[in-house]
Write a protein that binds this ligand. Structure first.
Ligand code: TXA
Ligand code: MG
Length: 330
C-alpha cells in the first residue's frame, strides 16, 4: 500500500521540528546531508531501522551508517581501543563534520539491524546545517543510507528522493541540492593500518595527511564493505559505457548519449543525440554526477558513452561510481 509522502520545507524551522517529531515516532524521513540525501530512522530502534530495509528494498546484509552531531556523540556508540579512539578523534578534528564515515567495533547495544550482524558500526557527523539541526532535535543517532531505492543512483535533490521512494516513506525534508554530490568515504579504523572501504567525498590523500599512510591493498570488496558487492547506481534500462576520448570521437555521430568534458565537446561541436558536458574539476563533477545519471534516464537514450576520468586519487570516487553504473552484472 503506498503512503502519502509529505514534503517538508527545511527553510522553515517548524518543519525541521516536524521532521524530528516524525523520527521520534519511529517514522522514516529523508533529509539532506552535504553528500547525498539520507533516509533517516531512529538508529537505536530495531523496528524503525527495519523500515529502512523495507522501503529501500535493501539487502539485509548491508549495514547502515549512524549519523551523529559530533565525535563526543560517536564515541559511546563504539567499543574502541585507546589507539582507535585517538585516531578517530584526530580524524574527526580534521574532517568532521564532513564526508568521512569511520568504522570501529560496535557497542553491544547497537541494533543488529544497523550493523547487519557485523560487530562493527560506521559513524559520521554530517556537515549540512539542516542535518545538524535535525540531529540536535533528536536525542538518538540517525541511521541513514542514501535515500534511493536499492540499486538506483543516490539522490542529490528532494525530487530524486521522491522519484524512487515517493509513496514508500513518511516525509522528505527538502533542503535544496546537496553540495558534495557523492557519498562519504568509508574508512576502516580497526586495523593497525587503516583502509578505505569505499572512496567518497574525502580523498585518501587528505586522510593520509592526518593519520599517515593507508593500507592500499585491494581486498575482495565483499569481505570488507558489504554494500560494494551489491549492484548500484544504474540508470534504468540504459547501457553505460566508459570510453576514452578517441573512441568517443569515433562515435560522435551515433544515436548514443555522450557525457564528456568541454575539450572534446568544443572540438567536435553539436550533435543530434543528447550531450552532457561534464565539469572539468573532480569536485564539480561529483556534484553533478547523480543529477546527470537521472537526466540520462529521462532523456530516452538507450546507451550513453561516458568519457573515462583519469586514474588519479582525486577522481577515485567518481571512477568507482561510473564503473559500477557501467557494470552489467546482476
Ligand atoms: O554520504 C553517505 O555516506 C550517505 C549519507 C546519507 O550519509 N550514506 C550512504 O549510506 O551512502 P549507504 O547505506 O548508501 O552506504 C553505506 C556504505 C555501504 O557500502 C555499506 O556496506 C558500508 O557503507 N558500511 C556501513 N557500515 C559498515 C560497516 N560496519 N563495515 C563496513 N562497511 C560498512
Ligand atoms: Mg547507497
Amino acid at each position: 500500500m503506498p503512503i502519502e509522502t509529505d514534503i517538508l520545507d527545511a527553510s522553515d524551522p517548524t518543519q525541521i521540528e516536524q521532521a524530528a517529531a516524525l523520527l521520534r515516532q519511529g517514522e522514516l524521513v529523508a533529509f539532506p546531508t552535504e553528500t547525498v540525501y539520507g533516509l533517516g530512522a531512529n538508529g537505536t530502534s530495531a523496528e524503525a531501522v527495519a523500515k529502512i530495509f523495507a522501503a529501500k528494498g535493501r539487502p539485509a546484509d548491508n549495514p547502515l551508517i549512524l549519523h551523529v552531531g559530533s565525535i563526543e556523540q560517536a564515541l559511546p556508540l563504539w567499543q574502541a581501543s585507546s589507539l582507535q579512539t585517538q585516531r578517530a578523534r584526530t580524524l574527526a578534528a580534521a574532517h568532521w563534520p564532513g564526508a568521512l564515515s569511520l568504522v570501529l567495533p560496535a557497542a553491544k547495544f547497537i541494533p543488529t539491524e544497523v550493523t547487519a550482524g557485523l560487530d562493527s558500526v560506521a559513524i559520521r557527523a554530517p556537515a549540512h546545517p539542516i542535518a545538524q539541526a535535525l540531529l540536535q532535535q533528536c536525542e538518538f543517532p540517525l541511521a541513514a543510507p542514501s535515500a534511493n531505492l536499492s540499486g538506483r543512483p543516490s539522490p542529490t535533490t528532494a525530487s530524486h528522493v521522491q522519484k524512487t521512494l515517493g509513496g514508500r516513506i513518511t516525509a522528505i525534508l527538502d533542503g535544496g541540492p546537496t553540495s558534495v554530490g557523492i557519498e562519504s568515504t568509508v574508512l576502516d579504523l580497526r586495523p593497525e593500518q587503516p583502509r578505505i572501504l569505499r572512496h567518497g567525498g574525502i580523498s585518501a590523500s587528505s586522510i593520509e595527511q592526518v593519520i599517515g599512510s593507508l593500507n592500499k591493498l585491494e581486498s575482495p570488496a565483499d569481505a570488507a564493505s558489504p554494500g560494494l558487492r551489491h549492484h548500484h547506481y544504474q540508470p534504468i534500462g540504459i547501457k553505460v559505457e566508459l570510453l576514452g576520448a578517441e573512441s568517443i570521437s569515433d562515435l560522435w555521430d551515433s544515436d548514443s548519449g555522450i557525457a564528456c568534458w568541454t575539450e572534446l565537446a568544443s572540438k567536435l561541436g553539436t550533435r543530434n543525440a543528447p550531450l552532457w558536458v561534464m565539469p572539468d574539476t573532480a569536485a564539480e563533477y561529483a556534484a553533478a554526477l547523480y543529477k546527470t545519471l537521472y537526466q540520462i534516464e529521462e532523456s530516452g537514450v538507450v546507451k550513453v558513452l561516458v568519457e573515462l576520468p583519469p586514474e588519479t586519487g582525486e577522481w577515485a570516487a567518481i571512477l568507482d561510481r561510473l564503473r559500477r553504473a557501467a557494470s552489467s552484472e546482476g
